[in-house]
Design a binder for this molecule. Structure first.
Ligand code: XUL
Ligand code: CO
Length: 439
């Protein structure tokens, strides 16, 4: 098999002074940060769909990039194999050890699901062959239950029992493939699980049906030896006007309500969190404090746009806050999947590499800065001091469960008016952060 990315060398770490666009400036895989290798802190994954599939088509224009990878016609099994070749060469050259896929990213979908499944068997045999002798593994798999018109009203939330069964068949197969490829996780992103109007929608019925489908997936997955985590990837809207897995808090409430919380964690996507009106950091924190931070779809949005732009992350502050949350949570059981695409005018093969170099370097920089903030300790100390009144006296009694409303009221009456609770010192803290970022 001949080289596909002919003018692209293996990408090496050259350090922050390097001006070579095809080198890492911050991502130094073996560098030890807080006792662990950078590559262990940052299990990066390639998203099959954007990297090997998406070629720049948008609502107003067709492809700008050539992603046939020498296979001639797209949408054939020959093309599917060429994508595998391209994907493995790409990951090897960048030192990426993981990938994520939807069923229909791997092969062209046939009219008959039995034929689609046969194609999936064939291509995953080939992927397994390519994995042999490498340390490349699957991070997670999923079923695309949003592109085909059959899913216009949802998959688990559809009004059609037949469509529901079709979704079940796709999940069954995608789970089998995830197990076959040794995937760590299985994702549910509910792009069509929501509604356009409440006028025609039974929300309770739809949510219960989604939960039923997820329970069936857990039962089957465990039966066939899937030991990883199931993930919900929250997103508030797009394509539907309202999506049920709106944000981390909503999705966590959902899995708890329906008894799925032992098997599910969150796959938090940066641009989805901002679409929900949160910071990326907020949804990471909410997941982490609930023991449900599983994996991350690493991208960034554009605050001026109200849709999912899936840009490669370059905002070093955002990456720092992400890594701060991840470090505080003790790391991820999943990984960092670049659910991101090069901008439409960045259509060359070199751009594919430079996009990943940017994303990987941004997170490496974020890791270094987050570690520095933790090692500096001033932020942690401030937060600890801020709640110090709960460490002694009446505060401690509250925490130890030794007080009731009457005790507290008696204490308050005795005390008179409380002192103001102390300055939040936001500006001082922001100054500390800038000092660490640029000092
Ligand atoms: C869509 C999105 C998906 C999921 C997997 O916004 O993020 O690509 O990551 O279905
Ligand atoms: Co995503």
């Amino acid at each position: 098999m001949s080289e596909i990315f002919k003018n692209i060398p293996e990408i090496k770490y050259e350090g922050p002074q390097s001006k070579n666009p095809l080198a890492f400036k911050y991502y130094d895989p073996d560098k030890i940060v807080l006792g662990k290798k950078m590559s262990e802190h940052l299990p990066f994954a390639m998203a099959w769909w954007h990297n090997l599939g998406a070629a720049g088509t948008d609502m107003f224009g067709r492809d700008t990039a050539d992603k046939s990878f020498g296979a001639g016609e797209k949408g054939t099994m020959e093309h599917a194999r060429a994508k595998v070749d391209a994907g493995f060469e790409f990951m090897k050259k960048l030192g990426i050890k993981l990938f994520c896929f939807h069923d229909v990213d791997l092969v062209p979908e046939a009219d008959d699901i039995k034929e689609t499944n046969r194609r999936l068997d064939e291509i995953t045999d080939y992927i397994l062959e390519k994995m042999e002798g490498t340390d490349i593994k699957c991070l997670w798999g999923t079923a695309n239950m949003f592109s085909n018109p059959r899913f216009m009203n949802g998959a688990g939330s559809t009004n059609s029992a037949d469509v529901y069964c079709f979704a079940a068949a796709q999940i069954k197969k995608a789970l089998e493939l995830t197990v076959k490829l040794g995937g760590r996780g299985y994702v549910f992103w509910g792009g069509r699980e929501g509604y356009e109007t409440l006028l025609n929608t039974d929300v309770k019925f739809e949510q219960e049906n989604i939960a039923r489908l997820m329970h069936m997936a857990v039962d089957y997955g465990r039966k066939i030896g899937f030991t990883g985590d199931f993930y919900i990837e929250p997103k508030p809207k797009e394509p539907m006007k309202h999506q049920y897995d709106f944000d981390a808090a909503t999705a966590i409430g959902f899995v708890r309500q329906y008894g799925l919380d032992k098997d599910f964690k969150m796959n938090i996507e940066a641009n989805h969190a901002t679409l929900a009106g949160h910071t990326f950091r907020h949804d990471l924190r909410i997941s982490a404090i609930n023991g449900m931070l599983g994996s991350i779809d690493a991208n960034q949005g554009d605050y001026l746009l109200g849709w999912d732009t899936d840009e490669f992350p370059f905002d070093a502050y955002e990456a720092t806050w992400c890594m701060y949350e991840v470090l505080k949570a003790g790391g991820l059981t999943g990984g960092f999947n670049f659910d991101a695409k090069s901008r439409r005018p960045s259509y060359t093969m070199e751009d594919m590499f430079e996009s990943y170099i940017l994303g990987m370097d941004t997170f490496a920089l974020g890791l270094l800065k987050a570690a520095a903030i933790i090692e500096d300790g001033r932020l942690d100390q401030f937060v600890a001091d801020r709640y110090a009144s709960f460490g002694t006296g009446i505060g401690k009694k509250i925490i130890d469960g030794e007080a009731d409303l009457c005790t507290l009221a008696a204490y308050a009456e005795e005390m008179g008016a409380p002192e103001l609770p102390g300055s939040g010192k936001q500006e001082r803290l922001e100054g500390i952060v800038n000092q660490i970022m640029f000092g």
